[in-house]
Design a binder for this molecule. Structure first.
Ligand code: SAM
Length: 256
């Protein structure tokens, strides 16, 4: 049976220590999304972090309030019951989370938009592979392009289903993300995000057709302006074959 709200709790203590050991936590305020039963939360606190945790399940929040009564009283742990996709998030410098898999994409986009110093995030292995797929390869998509535009991403290690209870059906991957400036000039970051979204809405279409059918994301005038300026070689290719630099080039044409 599928666990409710992606509740697969880490039971491999060594894995918990490895995750927390991937980042310098001293004097850092950590956002933990989905603390669950608090195994990672405990490790983060023991290593000197302040933790601001957001958990969607009120029953778990109630349990955590009892288990971490002292830490909450002294202010090293702040617990919030809410949906990390849409609730107002508490302040943080870094993020360390074993993410709920079904919300991974939305939460990652949200974190990118808010900004952070460093993130150690656990994803479903296949999702992590897609996120790290380089531009120009078939597995790349909107999230890969956005993440790789604004962050360096590194696979840290994989965990088998046995590291969790209940066991998920898939392997998991821990990823480190460190934001950096884009490698290519982006004239307007909102326009860049729109262009990437428009190009990956219909990934089987050519760039030309993606732009022509992007109403609702790009205005018809903007789409035609870009099409008029692009070489046929790019217009007739599929978005997944474009290099990272091409996305910047295309969005800069719309912004100028
Ligand atoms: N961190 C714990 C651990 O490693 O054992 C639990 C990880 S479990 C994979 C994901 C956790 O996220 C669960 O506690 C679940 O209730 C919570 N969760 C699911 N969707 C959420 C959401 N949208 N916002 C915040 N928490 C969520």
């Amino acid at each position: 049976m599928r666990a409710p709200k992606d509740q697969h709790f880490l039971i491999d203590k060594h894995a918990v220590r490895r995750i927390a050991g991937l980042i310098d936590l001293k004097d850092r305020t950590v956002l933990e999304i989905g603390p669950g039963e608090g195994v990672l939360t405990r490790e983060l606190l023991d290593r000197g972090a302040r933790v601001n945790a957001v958990e969607i399940d009120p029953d778990l929040v109630e349990e955590l309030e009892i288990v971490f009564e002292d830490e909450i009283a002294v202010g090293t742990l702040r617990l919030q019951c809410g949906d990390a996709i849409r609730c107002e998030l508490p302040p943080f410098d870094v993020v360390v989370s074993n993410l709920p898999y079904s919300a991974s994409s939305k939460i990652t986009f949200r974190l990118l938009a808010i900004g952070f110093d460093e993130a150690i995030l656990m994803y479903q292995a296949e999702f992590a592979s897609r996120m790290m797929a380089p531009a120009g390869t078939p597995a790349c998509g909107r999230l890969s392009i956005m993440v790789q535009t604004y962050c360096s991403v590194q696979r840290c290690f994989d965990l088998p289903p046995q590291a969790f209870s209940p066991k998920p059906q898939v392997r998991s991957t821990v990823v480190r993300m460190i934001p950096r400036g884009p490698l290519f000039r982006i004239a307007d970051q909102d326009r860049y995000a729109d262009v990437v979204r428009a190009l990956f809405t219909h990934r089987r279409k050519t760039v030309r057709n993606c732009l022509r059918t992007s109403a609702g994301i790009l205005s018809p005038d903007t789409a035609e302006k870009i099409i008029a300026a692009l070489p046929d070689e790019i217009l007739s290719s599929r978005p997944e074959t474009l290099y990272l630099e091409d996305f910047a080039t295309i969005s800069n044409l719309a912004a100028e």
